[in-house]
Design a protein around this ligand. Structure first.
Ligand code: SF4
Length: 351
């Protein structure tokens, strides 16, 4: 079978490459040629398989910028190649969790944050995936297993250099940041140089936008490390996650990737009082609901122990990697916030 097609769209070319690789795996003697103007000026990709000639693969790649490339190889390598092309093309075309976001690293934004205003993001995690000590089923970056990073962490020097460049740009062109926020593809305090980077960011903030605050969105899992705790306390807003007190709910929703004892975390959070801010996600769906008294009452008790400066409660804002989760109702969030305020703690709500 010989087919020749002319395609312009890159996506269609890749789709067909996936198909022809698959066909070459199952139908010997298949020969397909794609002619496309999308890759460079024009590209011809042809691929065939033949048992009769005792070869499984013949790939021909032609483009003005490339020399003609023809390759014949053994059955084993030929079939392996076809399979690899199929898998790569398939994963390009069908990335899971299209709704989730992987942020550039080490600097992203500025973005308009629901809670923080004009926020310039500082992402201490790799640029191509996620790295977190939790694996929350509502995580906007997706699930850990589906977003594994392959790139290294940005170095302290890279963070400093990129941030300074971005701040210089914002000084000339705007907008002025309200806040520099450690956030992004996972847990920022996992970076081994987090304390030193906090000091670099503080020095740059003081030089370019002294009115801007420095915030950290953290899941609290590293606060047993004194250096991390102290660094968090050197920022203006250490915003620490405490979604619930229920070990069962934590296992189902936050899914810690190592040992996590909520009582220990509460004790360390209390050591960060009065500066610490607590952030709590309320959600329902999939048989889960942490807005009921069963969950809210023990959480309120923990807040009395911690004595935070502020509590930020919020709910799902975009599609989640695990389907079926739902927003908590605004009325219910307001009621919870009122209970927090009755304890004498300031509370903000993001619906
Ligand atoms: S702690 Fe934050 S980054 Fe980590 S999995 Fe949960 S939502 Fe995602």
């Amino acid at each position: 079978m010989v087919v020749q097609v002319y395609l312009l769209k890159k996506e269609n070319v890749i789709k067909l490459m996936a198909l022809m690789s698959l066909l070459s795996l199952v139908v010997l003697g298949t020969r397909i040629r794609i002619i496309s103007k999308e890759f460079g000026k024009s590209l011809t990709y042809s691929c065939s398989s033949s048992l009769r000639k005792r070869r499984a693969l013949s790939v021909r790649l032609l483009a003005p910028s490339l020399r003609k490339l023809t390759c014949d190889c053994s059955l084993f390598y030929g079939f392996s190649f076809h399979f690899l092309v199929f898998v790569l093309a398939y994963s390009y075309l069908c990335p899971r969790n299209m709704s989730t976001v992987i942020y550039p690293s080490p600097i992203f934004g500025p973005i308009m944050s629901r809670r923080l205003g004009v926020s310039l993001g500082i992402n201490l995690l790799p640029a191509d995936g996620k790295w977190c000590s939790f694996d929350c089923i509502y995580c906007e970056c997706g699930l850990n297993a589906e977003r594994r990073a392959t790139m290294p962490l940005p170095t302290r020097e890279e963070v400093k250099e990129s941030l300074e460049k971005q701040l210089q740009k914002m000084e000339q062109e705007g907008p002025k940041p309200d806040v520099l926020t450690f956030a992004g593809n996972g847990e920022p305090t996992l970076h081994p140089e987090f304390p030193a980077i906090v000091d670099d960011v503080t020095a740059l903030r003081d030089e370019y936008f002294p009115q801007a605050k420095i915030s950290v969105l953290s899941n609290s899992t590293q606060i047993h490390r004194e250096s991390v705790r102290e660094a968090l306390l050197r920022t203006d807003n250490p915003i620490m996650k405490l979604d619930t007190i229920s070990a069962d709910f934590i296992e189902k929703v936050d899914r810690p990737q190592g040992r996590y004892d909520v009582d220990t975390i509460i004790n360390y959070l209390a050591q960060m009082s009065p500066k610490v801010i607590i952030q709590t996600m309320f959600l329902t769906g999939n048989g889960l609901d942490n807005t009921t008294d069963e969950y809210v009452e023990p959480w309120l008790k923990a807040l009395q122990t911690i004595k935070p400066r502020q509590v930020m409660i919020y709910t799902i804002d975009r599609e989640t990697p695990v389907q079926g989760l739902q927003k908590a109702q605004p009325k219910i969030l307001d009621e919870i916030a009122e209970k927090v305020r009755l304890l004498g703690i300031s509370c903000s709500v993001s619906y």
